[in-house]
Design a protein around this ligand. Structure first.
Ligand SMILES: [Zn+2]
Length: 68
């Protein structure tokens, strides 16, 4: 069991920070009311097509990816 909460593309959400389950891309959703597809579909094979909710869960980790 994990605390991670994921929502599929297109889900209705509130503003917050989301991380692509498949590639780790972080999305700051300031104003949208539904989630877009990951903008990096070619970066890695996407099989989950979901976002992990980072904000509002109380245990947002440091970004584990030394990404740009
Ligand atoms: Zn992705």
């Amino acid at each position: 069991m994990s605390n991670d909460q994921t929502v599929p593309y297109g889900s209705d959400v509130s503003a917050g920070t989301y991380e692509c389950v498949d590639c780790g891309y972080q999305l700051s959703n300031e104003s949208k009311t539904s989630l877009p597809p990951c903008p990096n579909p070619d970066n890695k094979l996407h099989t989950e097509n979901s976002w992990k909710i980072l904000s509002g869960q109380g245990d947002a980790k440091e970004d584990p990816y030394p990404d740009r």
